[in-house]
Design a binder for this molecule. Structure first.
Ligand SMILES: *Cc1c(COP(=O)(O)O)cnc(C)c1O
Length: 380
C-alpha cells in the first residue's frame, strides 16, 4: 500500500546510505574551527565573549530587543515563566499537543497546566478554543484572570509553534491582553519561521528557542529566552547566573537563582551554526517542495505552511486518514530504514497530567491519531 510513497521518500534521500534519520544535525569545517578556537582560548565555561556575541547575533536575526542564552530550551521556558511571575498554584494555559518540555517547565514553577485544543491548520494553540474556555470558566477579579472553580489565577499562556509552523499569535495576544494573561511563545521548533516578516518568538513579550541536537541549528544543547524588554532580560540574565551580585571578588547572591547560563563553548558553536541558518532553511524548503510533489496524487496530506506564514519546515508531517493507516505506515517505514515517528502522545494521556484541567481536545486527538513526521534533515 505504501510502496510508492516509501520508494519516493527513499529516492529523495538517495544520497543516504542505510537508515534515513528523522533529523540529523549538520556541521562543516567552520563549526569545527569555532569549537577548536574556543577550546584553545580556555574560556569554555560560564564566562567568555561568545555568549554575549551569540545573544547579540540572536537579536539581529530575530528582531528581539534582548536575548538570554541558556543551557537548553526547557530551562528557557522555566526562566520565561519565572519572569512572567508564575508560581505555586497559578494556572498556565498551553496545548495538549506539544513536546513534554512545555508542560514540565510549567510544573517546575509549582503552577498547573491547563490543556486546550489546537487549530487544524497551524497545529498550534487555538485562540478560539482558549476564548471559549476563558469565557466559560474564568472571570476578571482585581484586574486579573481567575479560574472560577479553583480560585486560581491564570497567569500565563504558552502557545507552541508546532514543527515550525507559526500559530495564530496575533489573535491570541489580543485575547490574552483582554484577560491580562502574559503570553510566552514556545518557539523551540520555529527558528527561522515568520509571519508578516516578523520572527516567531518575538510577537509576545517573551519567547523561547532551543538549539538541541534535532533542531534547525544546534550547539549540542542550548536555548534562549527572547525579550521585548531590555530590563526584563537583565533580570533573567541575573536569575540564570545563580543571581550572583556583580562584583570583582565578593561572592554574594540576592535570591534563589539557577545555573542555567549557556557555556561559552556551546555559544561558539551556536554562533557558527546561526550563520548557516539561511542555508539550512533553503535546503529544508526545497525538501518540503519535493515532499509536496510526492504526496500530491495520494490520499494523504502533507502538512503545509499556514496561510500568511513562512515555516522553517523543521519536521515535515503527513496526515493519514486514520490511526490504523498511520500505524501501518509507521511500521512499514521504520522496517525499511526510513525513520518516522508519530506526534507526541497528548499530555492529558500521560500519567502526570491526566488530572490536569482541560478543555475538549477533538483536533489534538485527531492530529495525534493520524500524523507522522518524516525524515527532514537539511543536508545529507
Ligand atoms: C525541543 C523543544 C523544547 C526544548 O527542548 P530542549 O531539549 O530542552 O532544548 C521545548 N519545547 C518544544 C516544543 C520543543 O520541541
Amino acid at each position: 500500500m505504501f510502496e510508492t510513497l516509501l520508494a519516493g521518500i527513499r529516492s529523495i534521500h538517495d544520497h543516504v546510505d542505510g537508515q534515513i534519520p528523522l533529523h540529523a544535525p549538520w556541521f562543516d569545517a567552520d563549526d569545527e574551527a569555532a569549537v577548536v578556537e574556543c577550546v584553545r582560548s580556555s574560556f569554555v565555561s560560564s564566562v567568555g565573549p561568545e555568549i554575549v556575541a551569540f545573544e547579540r547575533d540572536l537579536c539581529e536575526r530575530t528582531g528581539c530587543s534582548a536575548a538570554v542564552a541558556v543551557v537548553n530550551g526547557t530551562a528557557a521556558l522555566h526562566t520565561a515563566l519565572l519572569m512572567a511571575d508564575v508560581g505555586t498554584n497559578d494556572l498556565v494555559i498551553t496545548q495538549a499537543l506539544t513536546f513534554i518540555a512545555t508542560c514540565n517547565a510549567i510544573r517546575y514553577t509549582g503552577a498547573q497546566p491547563v490543556f486546550i485544543d489546537v487549530d487544524a491548520d497551524t497545529l498550534g494553540l487555538s485562540p478560539e478554543a482558549v476564548k471559549r474556555w476563558l469565557e466559560e470558566q474564568c472571570e476578571m477579579h482585581d484586574g486579573k484572570c481567575r479560574h472560577r472553580d479553583t480560585g486560581r489565577w491564570v497567569k500565563a499562556c504558552i502557545p507552541m509553534h508546532t514543527f515550525g509552523m507559526v500559530m495564530r499569535i496575533t489573535e491570541l495576544l489580543n485575547l490574552c491582553e483582554e484577560w491580562r494573561i502574559t503570553v510566552i511563545e514556545d518557539a523551540a521548533e520555529a527558528l527561522g519561521s515568520s509571519r508578516n516578516g516578523r520572527h516567531a518568538g518575538t510577537f509576545a513579550p517573551i519567547g523561547t528557542l532551543s538549539f538541541n541536537g534535532n533542531k534547525v541549528i544546534t550547539c549540542g544543547g542550548g536555548g534562549a529566552v527572547l525579550f521585548k524588554s531590555i530590563e526584563l532580560a537583565a533580570q533573567a540574565k541575573h536569575l540564570t547566573t545563580q543571581a550572583k551580585v556583580p562584583h570583582p571578588w565578593s561572592f554574594a547572591h540576592d535570591r534563589t537563582g539557577y545555573n542555567y547560563r549557556m557555556p561559552n563553548l556551546n555559544a561558539a558553536l551556536a554562533r557558527s551554526q546561526l550563520r548557516k541558518l539561511d542555508h539550512n532553511l533553503a535546503a529544508k524548503r526545497e525538501l518540503h517542495h519535493r515532499y509536496s510533489h510526492l504526496l500530491a496524487s495520494t490520499p494523504w496530506t502533507l502538512v503545509g505552511d499556514p496561510s500568511g506564514t513562512i515555516s522553517n519546515h523543521w519536521l515535515n508531517a503527513i496526515l493519514f486518514r486514520d490511526r490504523e493507516e498511520r500505524d501501518a505506515f509507521l511500521e512499514a517505514a521504520n522496517n525499511v530504514g526510513i525513520q518516522c515517528r508519530p506526534a507526541w502522545e497528548l499530555a492529558t494521556d500521560l500519567p502526570m497530567y491526566q488530572q490536569a484541567l482541560q478543555a475538549p481536545l477533538p483536533t489534538s486527538r485527531s492530529i495525534q491519531d493520524r500524523l507522522v513526521n518524516i525524515p527532514s534533515s537539511a543536508h545529507p
